[in-house]
Design a protein around this ligand. Structure first.
Ligand SMILES: Cc1cc2nc3c(=O)[nH]c(=O)nc-3n(C[C@H](O)[C@H](O)[C@H](O)COP(=O)(O)O)c2cc1C
Length: 327
């Protein structure tokens, strides 16, 4: 039986294990990626970065490209509508002082304001443009010896299996690996991910496929890997308030979610990392997203979580968490 703790390759890049942190806009900042690395993830991805933002030298967008050595191997995920724009953005990524280990193209974002511009999941409705974009980015990345990956959904509408037809075309133009989230864009995050589609994608290509969707425990991860023959699993919502999912996946379930004091200690370590990266004000807003996900499963009452979420600053929050952990 395959162990998720075994290394795997994407082109010339090696990931030390098969638990991959999926890109999550608003969440997978450098501090969060480093935090999940401390729990063992083998590969991380930035939040999706706008190709237009990069070519217009938007400072906030360019910040998304920052990462530290300890995050390697890391993929930068780009999104955009036109092949030449995304290729130009890839060029900009690859002429920076620190370049990522791979470039990922987003062909799955279902958010209306992205899809209506022709980017994200809209590319699934135009396979020619999708393949052309992948080819253009592969051409740019080849000059730096960097592999290109694509993360895609199953299709635009419920029941579509576009990913299965598109995957071989992406392989043909030089894409080194795929991340498959087998929900239709129109389904957003509703219902169960249909990993029979992931399995069909795996059968249709010779490159590695990473399975994304509903990895919530060791059992679901192993079932997905066994039934799809994907090389790795991507963790997303399942890990957002439960980084111990990564420890569990890598230890075959030997490491479990800890008791409240350690949950709180871990949340404080994450807060510290985010404060260091983003400063106390932005960090306070950022950490509010994950407080409930962290504390609810440990039995912390809703009013307590709400009170923590309302605290005005990182220092107050850290002190309140310290008190909660000592209770
Ligand atoms: C808040 C949030 C933000 C996301 N942002 C991105 C993104 O920027 N790029 C991407 O390819 N997928 C994104 N996804 C999709 C995830 O990477 C993943 O494929 C999806 O959540 C399915 O996995 P899950 O069922 O384990 O959550 C996002 C998901 C969530 C919940």
């Amino acid at each position: 039986m395959l162990s998720l703790a075994a290394p795997f390759h994407i082109g010339c890049a090696e990931a030390p294990n098969r638990v991959v942190l999926a890109p999550m806009a608003g969440l997978t900042c450098s501090a969060y990626r480093r935090h999940l690395k401390s729990h063992g993830v083998g590969l991380v991805t930035t939040e999706m970065v706008s190709a237009y933002g990069l070519i217009h030298h938007n400072a906030r967008t360019t910040e998304y490209l920052d990462f530290t050595e300890e995050e390697r191997p890391i993929a930068v995920q780009l999104f955009g509508d036109k092949p030449e724009v995304v290729a130009r953005a890839a060029e900009l990524v690859l002429c920076r002082a620190m370049i990522p280990d791979m470039i990922d193209i987003n062909m799955g974002c279902p958010v209306r304001k992205v899809v209506k511009t022709g980017a994200g999941a809209a590319l699934l409705g135009d396979p020619d443009r999708a393949a052309e974009m992948a080819a253009a980015v592969v051409g740019v990345a080849a000059q730096s010896g960097i592999p290109v990956t694509v993360k895609l959904r199953s299709g635009l509408h419920t029941g579509d299996r576009t990913a299965v037809e598109l995957a071989p075309r992406l392989e043909q133009v030089g894409v080194a690996a795929l991340g498959v989230h087998p929900r239709a864009a129109g389904d957003f995050y509703r219902g169960a991910a249909d990993h029979t589609i992931t399995a069909a994608v795996v059968r249709s290509v010779g490159i590695p496929v990473m399975a994304s969707g509903d990895v919530t425990n060791v059992g679901s991860a192993l079932t997905i890997v066994e039934t799809t023959e994907a090389v790795a699993v991507m963790v997303a919502r399942g890990v957002a308030g439960n980084p111990w999912l990564v420890d569990a996946l890598l230890s075959d379930g030997a490491i479990a979610r800890p008791l409240l004091p350690e949950v709180v200690a871990d949340l404080r370590r994450l807060l510290g990392r985010v404060v260091e990266e983003q400063g106390p004000e932005r960090a306070t807003r950022w950490i509010r997203k994950v407080i409930g996900w962290y504390l609810r499963p440990s039995g912390v009452a809703a009013p307590t979580i709400e009170r923590l979420r309302m605290l005005p600053g990182a220092k107050e929050l850290d002190e309140a968490l310290e008190a909660l952990g000592a209770r």
